[in-house]
Ligand binder design. Structure first.
Ligand SMILES: [Zn+2]
Length: 206
């Protein structure tokens, strides 16, 4: 598996999937946004940026420009990881706001606008209000990520943000299960491994 493999979207929250864009799913660490091309692929898989926008930014980018944005994306990711690790497992307190200043600085750069578009339905055309964004430079690729992080902080109950219990797993997820008993990033990656280990343990005991 390398960063051309489909990225992991197991976090049940896009902001956590962003943190999970570096992981060790099998033995080797994979960073899905280790360079500009990786960042474009991840943003497309996350449905954060329309494909046409990614294509035009790719075509216009100067050499190294997208790699530079990927560096910034990784910095943003590791900064946000520190925040999540520190605050997960209990409700966010108002004084955490001071720590979110770098995120607010990023969000300030956003240039959003609205647009009325027509949509065809069985009853004829209706109009929808679409929120759009100006993509003035490749750095604008960080803005939808910033928005996902901001919305996550405002809407997610941090009591339910958990780290996978897999011994060497680094994945984070929001536990939205009934009863809040989720323990693993996924059964396929860690849950089954834990079950097999418990099974071997029982056999040894018997
Ligand atoms: Zn795991």
């Amino acid at each position: 598996m390398d960063n051309h493999s489909p990225a992991l979207f197991l976090g049940d929250a896009l902001a956590l999937d962003f943190l999970n864009s570096v992981a060790t799913p099998i033995d080797t660490p994979v960073d899905w946004i280790e360079d500009g091309e990786g960042l474009l692929r991840w943003l497309e898989q996350a449905n954060l940026v329309p494909r046409e926008t990614l294509e035009s930014l790719r075509a216009q980018a100067l050499p190294g420009e997208l790699d530079n944005v990927a560096d910034q994306a990784r910095n943003l990711r590791e900064w946000f990881r520190t925040f999540v690790r520190e605050h997960k497992g209990r409700q966010l307190k108002p004084d955490a706001l001071a720590e979110l200043e770098p995120l607010n600085r990023l969000l300030e750069r956003d240039e959003g606008y609205g647009r009325v578009v027509a949509r065809q339905t069985d009853e004829g055309a209706v109009f929808d209000f679409q929120t759009m964004r100006k993509w003035r430079s490749p750095e604008a690729l960080l803005l939808p990520v910033g928005e996902a992080l901001g919305r996550f902080v405002c809407t997610e109950d941090f009591s339910n943000v958990k780290a996978c219990e897999g011994p060497s797993c680094t994945l984070l997820f929001a536990d939205h299960t009934r009863g809040y008993r989720r323990r693993w990033c996924s059964m396929a990656l860690c849950g089954n491994r834990a079950k097999q280990a418990a099974h071997r343990h029982r056999i040894r005991q018997a």
